[in-house]
Design a protein around this ligand. Structure first.
Ligand SMILES: C[S@@+](CC[C@H](N)C(=O)[O-])C[C@H]1O[C@@H](n2cnc3c(N)ncnc32)[C@H](O)[C@@H]1O
Length: 335
């Protein structure tokens, strides 16, 4: 491991770590009790970390639960290489897979795992992805417009910016960036790229700044933030993947199994909220006099609304500033 990675790991604090462990522990402990009661079944508790990143949450879970097996996924091969080194001391308790998290059913199938007892999604990009200038995620560095979490995929931010029609660009900026000047920015991008392809984060950030009204440039942080968020979501297909992935992960949880989700913007948190609420609802048609067993909730929510980190955590860990946490436990088998 190089010194840079080591320093990054040492300074990296997993978001809401104590609360994540607290919420997932009952699921691991009940699976461990079941395993002890039926050793012939040979199934140890399994923790699925669907967004392994630097392996911070994963390492803490493995330390806290000595019989826990980890299945860790990431779409970023650099993240997997780093976590593999970090988690090497846990030996064969660790299985790491290069996968996008909507491939969870296929991954579990391949590993011969019918279920996982605890699952964590710490969504979005990691601190190293943001800090490595050449990844092109940050408007604060000048770099090629890339923004791919998985550098083996084809679509880059440069292709979106230089290839999409103006109307499509405006839609992405409006929907994924919640940018009120979406149309103006899209028109400016199209004008600029006709002169020369827009290929750097700095040129795009400057263009966004000059294309919005002067009075709004001074408020609400860097004006390029929303455009960069929108492009990142588009390049990585984040929302469509998340809509498919969460139900697939819930389907893999047995009764007593738990999921925790950390979201960093309202769009992904809204999907999380809707999917969990649908699973926690009694869907008996309202005109029936008695609740039907097969319409009873399959999950119970473990958080009241979205939980936020403590004020202390947000001052010491800037990444925690925008996090929203939701969690749920399966209480009934799927029918
Ligand atoms: C916020 S970081 C996770 C940090 C981690 N919890 C830790 O403690 O180090 C998010 C990670 O999820 C990965 N990721 C994001 N979207 C993904 C997806 N759809 N499938 C798989 N991995 C994804 C990113 O590459 C990144 O490494």
């Amino acid at each position: 491991m190089d010194v840079g990675n080591h320093a990054a790991e040492a300074g990296h604090v997993p978001v809401m770590l104590g609360r994540v462990l607290e919420l997932l522990t009952p699921a691991v402990e009940s699976a461990a009790r079941a395993a002890a009661a039926a050793p012939a079944a040979g199934r140890e508790p399994v923790y699925l970390d669907a967004t392994l990143g630097m392996g911070g949450h994963a390492e803490a879970m493995l330390r806290a639960h000595p019989r826990l097996r980890l299945v860790g996924l990431d779409r970023d091969t650099t993240a997997l290489e780093r976590s593999a080194r970090r988690l090497a001391p846990f030996g064969d308790r660790v299985t790491l897979e290069h996968a996008v998290y909507d491939e969870i059913p296929a991954v579990l199938d391949r590993l011969g795992l019918p279920a996982v007892d605890a699952a964590l999604f710490d969504l979005g990009v990691s601190s190293p992805q943001l800090d490595e200038a050449d990844r092109g995620f940050a408007y604060s560095y000048d770099a090629p417009l890339d923004m791919r979490m998985d550098r083996t995929q084809d679509l880059t931010a440069a292709e979106v910016v230089n290839g999409y029609p103006a109307a499509e660009l405006a839609r992405i900026l409006r929907e994924y960036g919640e940018e009120r000047f979406a149309q103006r920015i899209a028109a400016a991008i199209v004008r600029e790229r006709e002169r020369a392809p827009l290929d750097s984060t700095r040129r795009l950030a400057d263009l966004v700044r000059t294309s919005i009204p002067a009075a709004t440039r001074r408020t609400g942080g860097n004006p390029a933030k929303r455009t960069f968020q929108a492009l990142r979501i588009e390049v990585n297909g984040e929302l469509d993947i998340w809509r498919r992935a969460l139900p697939a992960a819930l389907a893999a949880l047995p009764v007593g199994g738990r999921v925790v989700v950390l979201s960093y913007h309202s769009l992904e948190d809204r999907i999380t909220k809707q999917v969990l609420a649908a699973q926690a609802a009694d869907t008996t048609p309202p005109d029936l006099p008695v609740p039907l067993p097969e319409h009873q909730p399959r999950f119970r929510l473990l958080t009241r609304g979205a939980e936020l980190p403590s004020g202390e955590e947000t001052t010491t860990n800037p990444r925690a500033g925008s996090v929203r946490m939701r969690a749920a436990e399966r209480i009934r088998e799927a029918t």
